[in-house]
Design a protein around this ligand. Structure first.
Ligand SMILES: [Zn+2]
Length: 263
């Protein structure tokens, strides 16, 4: 419980800024790592005293120290993931100095990646993607690169990309190019994928002097793959789903719309 108090302090938070149920605040999401609107959907409060030194049955005095805890459940309006905030107000002999500390779970770890959720990607490809993120988080850089490459090849197979021109080799470079010329991915995404050394054809040939990819390169590669997956699998389906909901929309249905359609 005391691991992560310094992450965000709302010290001496004025009464007017204490969030109320269903209010929204901009904050950095622990999952999608973006600053997004978060809606407060649940509040639970509890008080704790220094019980060893204070017994309300025996004393009318206040304890020397006690704390009020407010548990808040925030939902990210971007990725819909939930995060718990525990706001602790410590009370002591000088009330004007009572500080408020907020701690979030899971904690925000800039160096750690959290696997995104993909609804329309094949489950075997989701497994490879998650393993790539797991390898990245544990510092297994060669395995992470291997997973990313396997993921890219898996997506190309899933998309039915076949190189049938006689003059062209059936290799990753040409497959990505094919995807670009089929207008399945924009040129900028294709360029980005080509730019990762370990995605290239040379990566197939082991060399003793080869170094594992740098952590920063892998971080960008994971983000590029996430964009790639979102562009191919998720974006169109998301749009289609929203259009279907809106096609059936009647003004009386406003309350029934999912939050990501309302916003
Ligand atoms: Zn989010």
């Amino acid at each position: 419980m005391d691991a992560d108090r310094s992450i965000q302090s709302t010290e001496n938070m004025p009464e007017a800024t204490i969030p109320t149920l269903n209010s929204r605040q901009n904050m950095r999401c622990r999952t999608c790592k973006s600053i997004t609107q978060h809606e407060l959907v649940f509040i639970h409060t509890a008080s704790f005293t220094d019980e060893e030194e204070y017994d309300p049955q025996l004393s009318h005095d206040q304890p020397n120290y006690w704390e009020d805890r407010t548990y808040r459940l925030w939902i990210c309006m971007g990725c819909q993931d939930a995060h718990m905030e525990i706001a602790i107000q410590e009370h002591g002999p000088q009330p004007e100095q009572d500080p408020v500390f907020s701690t979030f779970y899971p904690p925000y770890e800039p160096g750690q990646k959290q696997a995104r959720r993909f609804s329309y990607l094949h489950e075997n490809l989701i497994e490879i993607y998650r393993e790539a993120v797991l390898c990245y988080n544990t510092g297994a850089r060669i395995s992470c690169a291997a997973c990313l490459r396997a993921l890219l090849e898996g997506i190309l197979i899933d998309q039915g990309v076949i190189i049938n021109e006689e003059r062209k080799k059936d290799d990753l470079f040409n497959k990505i190019e094919k995807l670009r010329t089929m207008k399945i991915i924009p040129t900028s995404t294709a360029t980005l994928l080509h730019s990762f050394r370990f995605m290239g054809n040379q990566a197939l040939h082991f060399k003793l002097e080869s170094m594992p990819p740098h952590e920063v390169e892998l971080s960008y590669a994971i983000e590029a793959m996430e964009q790639f997956i979102y562009h191919i699998y998720e974006a169109q389906k998301d749009l289609q789903k929203k259009l279907e909901i809106l096609a059936k929309f009647r003004p009386d249905d406003m309350d029934k719309l999912p939050p990501n359609v309302k916003s």
